[in-house]
Write a protein that binds this ligand. Sequence first.
Ligand SMILES: C[S@@+](CC[C@H](N)C(=O)[O-])C[C@H]1O[C@@H](n2cnc3c(N)ncnc32)[C@H](O)[C@@H]1O
Length: 184
Amino acid sequence: MKKIEFFKEGLKNLKAVGAFIPTSKYASQAMIKHIDFQEAKIIVEYGAGDGVITKHILKAMRPDAKLLAFEINPVFCEQLRAIEDDRLVVIEDSAEKLGEYLAQYGATKTDFILSALPLVSLPKELGKRILDTSWEYLAWGGNYIQINYSTMAKKLYKHTFGNVDVDFVPRNMPPAFISVSRKE
Ligand SMILES: C[S@@+](CC[C@H](N)C(=O)[O-])C[C@H]1O[C@@H](n2cnc3c(N)ncnc32)[C@H](O)[C@@H]1O
């Protein structure tokens, strides 16, 4: 997808999209380095957008693994469906329904969750439900990996998972913070 089209979706749905520019390859790599690709069989991505992080995940994933990508914007879902990879399942629905879709794909837990959801601009209750659901369905030892443009939501991850580490990635527009919480 062209950057201008992403920008237009950002303008149309500012609170839900929460950005005007897709995540950079530097920030994408800073997120995916927290996934153990040798082991991961089910990976979940929230707010996949036009698939910029999705493509990095698919490149590193095992041939027998599955990536469940949640995205509510139909224009972005069309872009995601155009990625021809049998391991990718595009779910045009809200991230809070993770449990329902895991069951549909024969799984009870996910090994890793990556999220580019704009948790700071989403309704507070929705953000809380998504984090609680993530804790419930993340396997023990798995990571919840979230990109943000501030550290405002850090306390939410700490509250839900009991721990959080934050990396700063200056080579992103705007500069990004990658929060990683482990279910332990
Ligand atoms: C900041 S954009 C990230 C897009 C892309 N992953 C990237 O990193 O450039 C956030 C995305 O989250 C999606 N989104 C917002 N609320 C959502 C929800 N409840 N469930 C799934 N996706 C959601 C938006 O439509 C948007 O595409």
